[in-house]
Ligand binder design. Structure first.
Ligand code: ZN
Length: 490
C-alpha cells in the first residue's frame, strides 16, 4: 500500500495515521443489527460507511477481514437491563419461534444491504451461536474480581473497575456524572449499583431463550457478545471497531470495560462512530411518526415520501455527507441527490464517445485523481471526493461541447475515476443502465450512433428514425445536432 490512511479515533478524539497491527492486514468489527424488525435508515448509514471504508482499504491492497455481527439474543428493551428481550417479544407477539424472527429479519436486512451495494462481511456471527465464548468471558471477568453474582445473574462491578481503570473513557463520561444521572435502585434489583450492567441474566420462567451456565439457566447481557466474538475472529487486539454513535454509550463503553476487565487491555486500536440521520430535522423514531424503513424508501410508500427513491440515490445521498456529520433526510435533499447521481453517470457514459486529442495539454486530471484519493484517505472524506468528481463532470461536458480537448492519458484517468472510485470504492452502480457499467453502455452507444450517422450521411432517413425510435423505447433519448448525435438515459 502506497497511500497513508488517516482515521478519526473516538478514543483519542483526534485524527490518527492508521497503522495496522499486522502489516498489510486489517481486522474490522462493526456492530450489526438486532434483527427484530425491518432494516431502516438507521441501518443504511453504518452499512454504507464501513462498506466504503473496507472497499477503499481493499482497493489500496490491504487484506481486510470484516466482521459484522447479528444480535439475536440479549438485547433488552431498555439499557438498564430491564424489559423483555426484543426478539423474544416479537416472537411472542407474532407467535413465532425466536429463531424464525431472527431468520426472517436477517434475510430482509441482508437483502436491503445488497440493494444498497453493501458487500457482505467476511464473517457474520450470531450472538446465540457464541454462548460458550460468552460464558467463558464472564468467568474471566469474575476471576479477575470485576463482576459479582447475585441471585443467578452476574453483573459488572463498575465502581470496582473504575478504581483500577477508568470507566467512561471512550464516551467521555465520568462515574460521578453517571451516578447523578441514573435512577436509584428500587430495592427489587439484584444489582449493587444502578450503573452496573448485566453480563449474565437469570431467565424468568416466561423467558423463552435461555441456556445453562454455572450461575443459572439464563442468557448473556447484550454487550458481552461483541467482546466475545471480536476476540474470537479478530484476536484479543484488533484494528478497528465501528458502529453508530448511538452505540458509543453504553454499548461500546461496556465492551471496552469488559475487554479490559477480562484481558487487561481494551483490545481496539481505532474506534470509529458514524453520526445519526435525522428526518426533516427530527430524530427518527417510531414515536415521532417519521420512522422510515428501507423498503418504504425504495417503494415510496410512506406518508412522508413524495416518491420512491432508488437504493443508489440513498447510497449517494449518504456519501455526500461526511460520516461524522449528522445527515438530514428530506424529499428536496433526496431529489437533489438523484439529479447529482444521474449527472455523474451520464458523464461517465459520455466519456466513451469523446475522442482524445494527441496534442491536447493536460487538463489537470492527474491532480484531480490524487485529490480524490487524498480525500478518501483523509478519514473517509467522501463529500470532498465527490466534489472533485463533479469537476471531472465539468471537464467531460466541456470536451463534449468541444470547448476543451483532452489527451489520452487524461481520458484513461477520467475513466479510472468512474470505474475504480465511483463504482469500485464508493460502490455506486448505474441504475439507469440496469446495472450495466457506464463504459459498456457508453461503448455500445458509440457503435449504434456511428451506424446511425452512416445512415444519415446516406440520407437513409427511415433507418435513422427506426434506430431513434427503438432506442426511445429503451429509455434512451437521441438529440441530433450539427456535430452529430447526443444521447441521454431518461
Ligand atoms: Zn456490538
Amino acid at each position: 500500500m502506497s497511500r497513508a490512511i488517516f482515521l478519526y479515533n473516538t478514543a483519542s478524539r483526534q485524527k490518527e495515521l492508521f497503522k495496522p497491527i499486522h502489516e498489510g492486514h486489517v481486522g474490522i468489527y462493526v456492530c450489526g443489527p438486532t434483527v427484530y424488525g425491518d432494516a431502516h435508515l438507521g441501518h443504511a448509514r453504518p452499512g454504507i460507511t464501513y462498506d466504503t471504508l473496507v472497499r477503499l482499504m481493499r482497493s489500496l491492497g490491504l487484506k481486510v477481514r470484516y466482521v459484522r455481527n447479528i444480535t439475536d439474543v440479549g438485547h433488552l428493551e431498555n439499557d438498564a437491563d430491564e424489559g423483555e428481550d426484543k426478539i423474544a417479544k416479537k416472537a411472542r407477539l407474532e407467535q413465532l419461534e425466536p429463531m424464525e424472527v431472527v431468520q426472517y429479519y436477517t434475510i430482509r436486512y441482508e437483502e436491503a444491504m445488497k440493494k444498497l451495494g453493501v458487500n457482505p462481511p467476511s464473517i457474520e456471527p450470531r450472538a446465540s451461536g457464541h454462548i460458550i465464548e460468552q460464558i467463558n468471558l464472564v468467568k474471566q471477568i469474575l476471576d479477575n474480581g470485576y463482576a459479582y453474582e447475585s441471585n443467578g445473574s452476574v453483573y459488572f462491578d463498575v465502581a470496582k473497575y473504575n478504581k483500577d481503570h477508568r470507566y467512561g473513557v471512550l464516551s467521555g463520561r465520568t462515574l460521578d456524572e453517571m451516578i447523578s444521572n441514573t435512577r436509584e435502585l428500587d430495592g427489587q434489583s439484584d444489582k449493587h449499583a444502578p450503573y452496573d450492567f448485566a453480563l449474565w441474566k437469570k431467565a424468568a420462567p416466561e423467558h423463552i431463550m435461555h441456556w445453562p451456565s454455572p450461575w443459572s439457566e439464563g442468557f448473556p447481557g447484550w454487550h458481552l457478545e461483541c467482546s466475545a466474538m471480536s476476540a474470537k475472529y479478530l484476536g484479543e487486539e484488533f484494528d478497528i471497531h465501528g458502529g453508530g454513535m448511538d452505540l458509543l454509550f453504553p454499548h461500546h463503553e461496556c465492551e471496552l470495560a469488559q475487554n479490559t476487565a477480562a484481558r487487561g487491555k481494551g483490545g481496539v486500536h481505532y474506534w470509529m462512530h458514524n453520526n445519526m440521520i435525522t428526518i426533516n430535522g427530527k430524530k427518527m423514531g417510531k414515536s415521532y411518526g417519521n420512522f422510515i424503513t428501507l423498503d418504504e424508501l425504495f417503494s415510496g410508500k410512506h406518508p412522508l415520501l413524495q416518491k420512491a427513491y432508488s437504493p443508489m440515490t440513498i447510497r449517494f445521498f449518504i456519501l455526500q455527507a461526511h460520516y461524522r456529520s449528522t445527515l438530514d433526510f428530506s424529499n428536496e435533499a433526496l431529489q437533489a441527490a438523484e439529479k447529482g447521481l444521474k449527472k455523474l453517470f451520464q458523464a461517465a457514459r459520455d466519456l466513451e464517445a469523446i475522442a482524445p486529442a494527441e496534442a491536447a495539454k493536460e487538463a489537470g486530471i492527474a491532480k484531480m485523481y490524487e485529490d480524490i484519493y487524498d480525500a478518501l484517505c483523509d478519514d473517509l472524506n467522501t463529500p470532498v471526493a465527490l466534489a472533485h468528481m463533479f469537476e471531472a463532470v465539468n471537464i467531460i461536458n466541456r470536451a463534449k461541447e468541444k470547448s476543451l480537448q483532452i489527451n489520452v492519458a487524461d481520458k484513461v484517468l477520467l475513466k479510472k475515476i468512474f470505474t475504480d472510485v465511483l463504482q469500485g470504492i464508493l460502490g455506486l452502480a448505474d441504475e439507469q443502465a440496469g446495472g450495466a457499467s457506464a463504459d459498456t453502455i457508453g461503448g455500445l452507444m458509440e457503435i449504434i450512433l456511428k451506424e446511425r450517422q452512416a445512415a444519415r450521411e446516406q440520407k437513409d432517413w427511415a433507418k435513422c428514425d427506426a434506430i431513434r425510435d427503438q432506442l426511445g423505447r429503451l429509455g434512451i433519448r437521441i438529440k441530433d445536432t450539427k456535430e452529430g448525435s447526443e444521447w441521454t438515459l431518461e
